[in-house]
Design a protein around this ligand. Structure first.
Ligand code: F6R
Length: 367
């Protein structure tokens, strides 16, 4: 059932192009120019009444929610907060009837996420569930459901469920934007056209796995490393760091690149690996100057940058992994893939149980 792959995780990483297509399918109009989410049963009047969005989730789903915040704020101009479910519940969040709460959960059974959903509804808010399991607790109790069609995910470390959650956020963000008129038809069509290219672009990254395997093998000799990025690159950095910790047990931290000099730089020493995401055009120069800061202290930097910027980025890093060019908002759906592969190969190099890391369960149904 691993279809020729050594582990479920690797199989699931390779299933991402299909998961993207399946999650988009039938939700994009025939002419490929608009998004159709009538399946949600969310009225235009309701959408126009939303004043605030709160995204609540745990772990990797929380990291998808960090990207979701930027997606919704950029496309629909509605303010968004993203919270870890176990924190949200106990911080007396301000939930009003004009708040849309979005819970994100692969399994749809995570106890803290389910409790957050109930808390939101108790306070009069409506809840949209983004989940991978039809008929799960979260899907049954939410007011609106957007299924991610990633298919069964078996490896404990989430990969295709995370990226399908990103696709769900893009679709929902476009749906809000079209309804609210915050983006015109050509802007919406441009995002959709770029989304259609993502599956093939992921394939082209997968085809370069050998390079990432080498990177992972050298990382596996280290005890600590850092991921840095700005904007949504920072959100992806957090997911890359969690993935690595989870299955390779190597300690890593993700930092907003501009925050390094406020403390973390003290930890940068000779030859420490730093993985820097540089995909946001507006922030290129800023991130490059942060890369110089760590390099000046001896760090070995792997840059993950997009096409068109390879020459400039290449001059500032020790190694460069180039991902295909896409819209800045969509880059997480590509840039996370090399990070997933690095974690996988690092775990493999250290001979850990890739699909069943120690101390972890696939679905956390206790608080
Ligand atoms: C990490 C991972 C976990 C889950 C988290 C939430 O790879 O899988 O962090 O993302 O436990 O699970 P769901 O999405 O099922 O609510």
């Amino acid at each position: 059932e691993k279809a020729g792959f050594d582990h479920f995780m690797l199989k699931e990483i390779h299933e991402q192009p299909k998961a993207y297509r399946d999650t988009m399918m039938s939700r994009v109009s025939e002419d490929g120019k608009s998004v159709d989410l009538k399946e949600l049963g969310m009225s235009s009047d309701y959408i126009k009444s939303i004043r605030k969005v709160q995204i609540v989730a745990c772990g990797t789903a929380f990291h998808a929610g960090l990207v979701g915040k930027t997606v919704i704020e950029t496309l629909a101009r509605i303010p968004v907060e993203t919270d870890v479910a176990s924190e949200y519940r106990y911080r007396s969040p301000i939930i009003t009837p004009d708040t849309l709460v979005i819970v994100v959960s692969q399994s749809g059974e995570t106890a803290d996420t389910l409790a957050a959903l109930r808390e939101a509804q108790r306070n009069g808010a409506k809840v949209l569930a983004i989940t991978n399991v039809v008929g799960s607790s979260v899907a049954r109790e939410a007011d609106f459901v957007l299924i991610t069609w990633a298919g069964l995910e078996i490896a404990v470390a989430s990969t295709k469920a995370y990226t399908s959650q990103l696709i769900a956020f893009y679709l929902f963000g476009l749906h809000l934007a079209s309804t609210l008129g915050t983006q015109n038809a050509s802007a919406v069509a441009e995002v959709i056209a770029a989304m259609h290219q993502l599956p093939d672009q992921v394939e082209s990254i997968l085809a370069k796995s050998d390079v990432l395997k080498k990177v992972a093998e050298s990382i596996s000799h280290h005890k600590h490393l850092f991921f840095i990025g700005r904007g949504i690159d920072y959100a992806v950095a957090q997911e890359g760091s969690l993935k690595l910790k989870e299955i390779s047990y190597i300690h890593s931290e993700a930092y907003a690149a501009g925050e390094l000099k406020h403390g973390t730089l003290a930890l940068i020493e000779e030859s420490i690996p730093v993985i820097a995401l540089v995909t946001q055009e507006e922030l290129y120069e800023k991130t490059l100057s942060n890369i110089k800061e760590v390099k000046a202290r001896g760090a070995h930097v792997l840059g993950v940058a997009n096409e068109g910027f390879e020459e400039e980025a290449g001059k500032s890093v020790d190694e460069l992994f180039v991902i295909p060019k896409t819209l800045p908002l969509l880059s997480p759906a590509l840039s996370v893939v090399p990070l997933q592969l690095i974690s996988y190969y690092a775990s493999l190099a250290l001979e850990h149980d890739v699909d069943k890391p120690r101390n972890l369960a696939k679905s956390v149904t206790v608080e």
